[in-house]
Design a protein around this ligand. Sequence first.
Ligand SMILES: [Zn+2]
Length: 295
Amino acid sequence: MVILFSHPDCVKYSQPGHPERPYRIEATVSYLKAQKQWNDRLDWQESRNAKDEDLRLAHSDTHIQSVIEGGQGGVGFDADTPAYPNIDTHARRSVGSAIQAMECALQGKTAMSLIRPPGHHATPNRAMGFCYFNSIAIATLKAQSQPNIQKVAVLDFDVHHGNGTQDILIGKPDVMFYSLHQSPCYPGTGLKDEKNCHNFPLPPQTDPEDYRKTFTQALSEIQEWKPDLLAVSAGFDAFKEDPLSDQALEMSDFEWFGSQIRESGIPAFHVLEGGYSDRLPEVIESYLEGIDPKD
Ligand SMILES: [Zn+2]
């Protein structure tokens, strides 16, 4: 059983031509709900908004205020990251959703946050790259305040470097960040390891076998570190049909990623980041098959 956190309101913002579009969630939710084989394997739950104190784990008050003002009709943050009406509420809900998934993992359940906007490019002080608040970093830091949780690893396989997550988590005690991403590609960071942040840049059109080997290397380093919890930034834009990257991964590779995480035995939670192709619903289905295979 996988618990999926989502919310019908997360599709209520858009801009014509923007790849981070309502379809991503709308189509995925309706596709999964229409699949008979998933009927009794998915538990849909509604995402809740994160509190200010949660946002402050990763972001400055100035940044939080700027996202709030953006949501009230302020100017945009950059060309990719518009000031949509109520974007502060939407972004706050994405954070809350990641926290809910994290809390499930602590109870031994498999959970994924299936919501937009994504978060891994949001830095302590800046919204960028379709991201406003950094859900995975906040859920990671919040997990450390829970009983029996000390060491938390973050694994980010979105095709873009999780620069915001790195900026927030760098130097933080008992946290390790691992990112696999295309280079050269947006945002241009993550070319080398820095402190507790381990980066695996991969050239365009990396052979899926080599992608898997790199994934195995990152995951085995995580296992050796023996974290209490694994936070997964699950981006599906290294898929071969994705319009925002130049990679060659098949759906079966994402199922394999999921299965490797499950087989690692580390309690894990999963948070949707990118993934922009029309086939995102099927790619996510493959990943779910990996993290929770049919008996
Ligand atoms: Zn991405």
